[in-house]
Ligand binder design. Structure first.
Ligand code: CP
Length: 326
């Protein structure tokens, strides 16, 4: 078990080794059990986390804010538009100054081509850990919560489990591709055979795909890509289907929106779920476009674990904060 995570950033999924992620899981399950028993988990007494948001959130804000309180500390919600960032505060100022006020700086910045660079620039100037609450490239805390949920539902031995990471149709907006990218990087390290399904225009970043193939090779698991959603669902143990934008194909949002419309049939419905194994679980990080991206029947059905995933955000995040900020 690798336990020395004090002072570490978590920006990309591979920033922590597999052994370090296993430590996070152990601590997360312990914190979840303690909360169920109403035991104190005040591991970060007098510590303060800055939560800097450039984009909206339900789960991420709620879970980090509640989580810091459960750990005996405090989280400060800072909405970027209320700061002086638009008047000249650079990532260096944020890293230098917030690093002196706070014990950790969590950032959500999902702008395509900007968010990840911003977080790394803040990290370069900060003396405290930078925690990625989602950028344009990665959503590592969502992925840790997903891994925790999969372990709860399928056990610790995940070798030969088939996980489908599929694109799904959604009309609301071009969603970041950070969730599927985090999944294809992290899940092969835990033994799952990953199948990535998307229409041709919804490719992930080539450099992330290279890293994912490398992880699959290193851990001896399968990693296949298909443009056939139904084929991908066949005999799956874990179905993770969500929408993302066509940013790799075209940076033009209007063109991206037009392309999305071609694929309305990429909805997760009961007929497609029936192609997976009878005990397959359905996962989604939320928010979802109900009855567009996924039917109510699947979302609210017996195979859905979406609310456990949302809960596990808090336990996985609390584990990382306790390990890095303690
Ligand atoms: N899954 C997730 O990150 O949810 P929010 O966008 O509501 O934070």
């Amino acid at each position: 078990m690798q336990t020395f995570l004090h002072g570490r950033d978590l920006i990309g999924d591979l920033d922590f080794s597999k052994e370090e992620v296993e430590t996070v899981m152990d601590v997360a399950f312990d914190l979840k059990r303690k909360r169920a028993l109403n035991e104190s988990t005040a591991l970060l007494r007098d510590k303060v986390l800055a939560m800097l948001f450039f984009f909206s959130s339900t789960r991420t804000r709620g879970s980090f804010e509640a989580g810091m309180a459960h750990l005996g500390g405090h989280a400060a919600f800072i909405e970027s538009r209320t700061t002086q960032i638009s008047h000249g505060d650079t990532p260096k100022e944020i890293g230098e100054i917030f690093g002196r006020y706070f014990d950790g700086i969590a950032i959500r910045h999902v702008d395509w081509g900007v968010g990840n660079k911003y977080q790394n620039a803040v990290a370069a100037a900060s003396r405290v850990p930078i925690l990625n609450m989602q950028c344009d490239v990665y959503h590592p805390f969502q992925c840790l919560a997903d891994l925790m949920t999969i372990i709860e539902k399928k056990g610790r031995d995940l070798r030969r489990k088939k996980m489908v990471v599929s694109w799904a149709y959604a009309a609301s907006y071009q969603k970041p591709m950070s969730v599927p990218q985090s999944l294809v990087l992290q899940m092969p390290r835990f033994g799952m055979d990953v199948v990535l399904a998307h229409p041709p225009e919804f490719k992930l970043m080539p450099e992330v795909m290279d890293m994912a193939r490398e992880q699959a090779r290193k851990f001896g698991v399968g990693f296949d890509v298909t443009d056939n959603m139904e084929e991908a669902f066949k005999d799956a143990d874990i179905v993770y289907a969500k929408s993302w934008g066509a940013m790799v194909h075209t940076p033009d949002p209007d063109e991206g929106a037009k392309i999305i419309k071609k694929y309305e049939h990429w909805i997760t419905d009961e007929r497609k779920m029936a192609l997976a194994k009878p005990d397959a679980i359905y996962m989604h990080p939320l928010p979802a476009d109900r009855n567009i991206e996924v039917t109510d029947g699947v979302m609210d059905g017996l195979q859905s674990v979406v609310y456990d995933e949302a809960e596990n955000r808090m336990h996985a995040q609390n584990a990382v904060m306790a390990l890095t900020m303690g």
